[in-house]
Design a protein around this ligand. Structure first.
Ligand SMILES: C=C1C[C@]23C[C@H]1CC[C@H]2[C@@]12CCC[C@@](C)(C(=O)O1)[C@H]2[C@@H]3C(=O)O
Ligand SMILES: O=C(O)CCC(=O)C(=O)O
Ligand SMILES: [Fe+2]
Length: 347
């Protein structure tokens, strides 16, 4: 257990006065925006939500409900496996892939309550070890889900960045057709059983994801997002909705314009909860720089060029200090860190 005496404040740049983009703080409502992807205003609403909340719930997203239901029963089967079976893909100290606690949970002062699997890249080899006989139905389902999630992330990327005048030519790793064929991906399945002392425990500690985008599927409440001036806001599950969050890499790519969603998973005394998080990432070793079109006199270059591989390795030791540790310029005037009430003890 590393020294927990360090107090880290979650340095969350909020995009208060992005004059060039007429930004405002999250609106007065206390709930995360719910956006209908089929609505003509969806691009503008998503772009605005990314700059203020860093997160929104997406409905009419085009992912078949049958697939969402299948993934929910898939993870139920996964966590119903005997522990001896789960331990066949227990993660190592060196790699986060597999079954086990994430590094963050091992240093956070509250008792980690739950279990999880992280599948990176192609999940088949891990799933084959869990179901040596009948892996096909699970492998096919996981591959189908990853394909659908990746397509959805591509759509959300172009619809939101398009509002900022960004086109596929501006993103070297998007591929000439803007299909993000070489992008990386990971899946994290979480299971949080009923907890007798929910206030002394945590499902998943406060963190931002290192992804470009994270698409989270939850059927019962437990996800909370940290919003300046509001504190922890519970993301009330909307039936068949997907929670889309800005990851650190998209925050860097947009030169700080999109806010990384800082979130946690809390536990409760009445119901078990499971969630599936899909991480859309850049190709592991591709150099990612803030988009030139988003570096302006009022918003100077905020981050250096990074690769996802380097960023992830920094993240496992610096956690929420990772972004501040690489930041080149302070956020434009009027952008502030989260106020005191959101100080959290980590590290
Ligand atoms: C693609 C990713 C994103 C990872 C690492 C890798 C796979 C597992 C992801 C998570 C999932 C749980 C929280 C987190 C903070 C963790 O420790 O593992 C995430 C981390 C990150 O977003 O940094
Ligand atoms: O379980 C949740 O609601 C959050 C999961 C999450 O943040 C993650 O897996 O990165
Ligand atoms: Fe997360």
């Amino acid at each position: 257990m590393s020294d927990v005496s360090k107090i880290h404040s979650l340095n969350i740049p909020t995009n208060k006065n992005l004059d060039s983009f007429q930004q405002q703080l999250p609106d007065a409502s206390d709930t995360v925006p719910v956006i209908d992807l089929s609505h003509p205003d969806a691009p503008k609403l998503m772009n605005n939500a990314f700059q203020t909340w860093g997160v929104f719930q997406l409905v009419n997203h085009g992912i078949p409900v049958s697939l969402l239901n299948s993934i929910q029963s898939f993870i139920q089967d996964l966590f119903d496996l005997p522990t001896s079976q789960k331990l066949k893909i227990v993660r190592s100290r060196e790699s986060i892939a597999g079954f086990g606690l994430v590094p963050l949970s091992q240093v956070y002062p509250k008792r980690p309550w739950g279990e999880g699997f992280t599948l990176i890249g192609n999940p088949v080899d891990h799933l084959q070890k869990l179901w040596p006989e009948d892996c096909k139905k699970y492998c096919d389902l996981a591959e189908e889900y990853l394909k659908e999630m990746k397509n959805l992330c591509g759509k959300v990327m172009w619809l939101t960045l398009g509002e900022l005048g960004i086109t596929p030519e501006d993103i070297n790793w998007a591929g000439s057709d803007g299909e993000f064929k070489t992008s990386n991906q990971a899946l994290r399945m979480n299971s949080y059983p009923v907890c007798p002392e929910p206030d002394e425990s945590i499902g998943l500690p406060p963190h931002s994801d290192s992804s470009v985008l994270t698409v989270l599927y939850q059927t019962t409440k437990g996800l909370q997002v940290l919003i300046e001036g509001k504190g922890w806001v519970t993301v009330e599950p909307v039936k068949d909705a997907l929670v889309v969050q800005v990851g650190d890499m998209l925050h860097i790519l947009t030169n700080g314009l999109y806010s990384p969603s800082v979130h946690q998973a809390v536990v409760n005394q009445t119901h078990d909860r499971m969630s599936t998080a899909f991480f859309f990432g850049t190709p592991k070793n591709t150099e990612v720089s803030p988009l030139k079109k988003l570096v302006t006199p009022t918003r100077p270059l905020m981050y250096p060029t990074v690769t996802w591989a380097d960023y992830l390795s920094k993240k496992y030791e610096l956690f929420e200090e990772t972004l501040p540790s690489i930041r080149l310029s302070a956020p434009p005037p009027g952008l502030s860190n989260v106020n005191d009430q959101n100080q959290v003890k980590v590290g």
